[in-house]
Design a protein around this ligand. Sequence first.
Ligand code: ADP
Length: 725
Amino acid sequence: MSNTEQTQRVTPASSGTLLPLLETLPGALFVVNDAAMIVYANASTQALLGVTREDVLGKPLWRGAPQLVSTALYQAVQQTRQTQAPSEVEYVSPMTRTWLHVQLAPTMGGLMVQVHQGRAAARRGAPVPQGKRLSIEDLNGLYSRIGVLTPEGIVLEINEDPLAEAGVRREEVIGQPLAEARWWSCTPASQEQLCAAIARASKGETVRFETVISPREGLDRHLEIAITPHRDADHHIAYLIIAGIDITERKRAEAEIHSLIDTIPQLVWTMRPDDSHYSCNQRWHDYTGMSPEEAQGEGWMQCLHPEDRQRVRSAWQHAVQTGGVYETELRLRLHTTGEYRWFLARALPVRDERGQIIKWFGTNTDIEEQKQAEEALRQSQERASVLMNSNIIGINIIEGEQIVDANDTFLRMTGYSREDLCKGRMNWLHMTAPDDLARTLEAHQELVTQQSLTPYEKEYVCKDGSCLPVLVGGIILEHHPHQAIGFVLDNSARKELEQRKDDFISMASHELRNPLTALKLHTTLLHRQLAKQGLQGSAPTLSSMETQINKVTRLVEELLDVSKIQAGRLEYVWETADLDALLREITNTMQQTHPSHRILVRGAVQTSLMADRDRLGQVFINLLSNAVKYSPSAEAVEMDLSASAESVTIRVQDHGLGIPREQRDKIFERFYRTADPKQRAIPGLGMGLYIVAEIVKRHKGTITVDSAVGKGSTFTVTLPKKRDA
Ligand code: ADP
């Protein structure tokens, strides 16, 4: 039945006596249809509502007459409809705060509602039982926001707080659908959410949800809403109570915590004990690339390394069962590259006041670098231990004079036991052969100042008193400056071989010398005899034989000298020698035997020295013959003589091939020849300079070389005028 029809149905009757009667009634009177729509309002309603009755006709009672709206009235309307019996209700209008007495009577297809203001009514009929009446004041103070809605969502009552906050008057809200209140439905989404919740609640379900409302411009409120349906005696949904708790502060605090958690370098997560509601910080999402939904349940395990899953699951389950700390190392996939990095996962249970675990709060800390460092350390320890246990190289660790640790190889080499080592019976100074002590102390000094030691040869005195030739190197570790690590190679095999070679050279040169001496003697005799007989034809051949014999003799003499030097048996005959005379003699002879170059002598030393004349002569013969030999294209070699108060200096200079810088020290070593093919083409055995250096040393002098490749070399010998001791 339409509103107009209903209005008409009332109107014909009222055209008679009823209508004037109703119009004269002192109280306001409404007639509403089945849908609670106002179809008639008498003249007094204008005084009550403050608007003309035309304004309210056709509107729902709740909206047209908000001054009347209350849960009590709403319940009474429902009751009268259902029972079809008159009823009445008394209450204070939530909007006007005036006392209202409302009588309700069923009409055909509707209800008649008569309102008396401002007086206490006699209790007649069947008022709504007190216990079931609801007053907003009862709930005030319990919640920040509370209201009563019809099952359709129309506001029957509402407390003061939300109105005050939104700056709206009660009459603007009462009787209106809550979802249309502009301060609630700030967005279509929140409006829809509310409508859906009301619809569910009106079917009997208690609905809870969180929403954001904007009571006024610039003010947002987070609310946790509960809509609870209330049923009447017949179990119909009578009305809905909507209660909202302001959780804005909590949300803000949560947001702050979240942003704080987002700044933590760790991946942070929380988890309910039943594996539900996984939540995590931004870093976690950025790292795993997983959405919170994907991570729910055991979803987060997808970003674990497959090999770690079972172990992590067990650790997690164990923690959940025991309520203890969860701590494990695991690999998590970085979604951008697909690589796995190591993390330390830790979680602690968070308990409520009854001690129940409500959630777990966990962090994952990236320990990849730490792991890599650990791995590198492990590998280096492994390598160190392989080295330490190798049976090739002896290793010892020294502190001061003491050997504090050593590997088995070193112990085996030196014949000491581990017990000797532990009892501090291994002192490297005592274990050094006396002849090597100076060199060893020098090496130790080098180690201390340079943190490392160029390998050198020495001999250890073993436990049984025997000597072991070794090659020793060493380093000092940066973090243990008081300890040095020594590396020791058994050098006995090489030394033995060297000894055999030396012995052979010594033997061979001795063996060669005697026949050579005889050969030389016989050639000289033959030369003389043939000369006497006037047979000059063979003279050149014999001379050339003598030259060759002289060359070989010189070589053999050098070989002998070298082996004597090696054995420390080169003998010297000391006498006072006139150096200028010696050098003149030598240069004259050399000039005859080396006619290819002019030998120029400049200056004089004017000094006599305590010297072995022949040996010193050997020095300059060698230097001059090298100068000639290694300057094939030059015409002259020069010898400069000079003297100071303390010393004399003899320089032998050529304009030949020169010596590369890196080889300048080595040329004084035994049998060393430079690698340069041009020089190699010139015959030689690498003995001359070795002998020269040795002789100069025995004369307490020095020899140095200055050279430019392709330009020539200068050898400088300096000899002290007075020899000490
Ligand atoms: P060798 O018998 O080879 O000459 P030495 O001991 O006299 O042996 O010299 C060692 C090496 O030094 C030579 O092989 C040569 O390469 C280099 N050397 C010596 N003197 C000279 C020089 N005056 N000019 C260039 N190189 C030289």
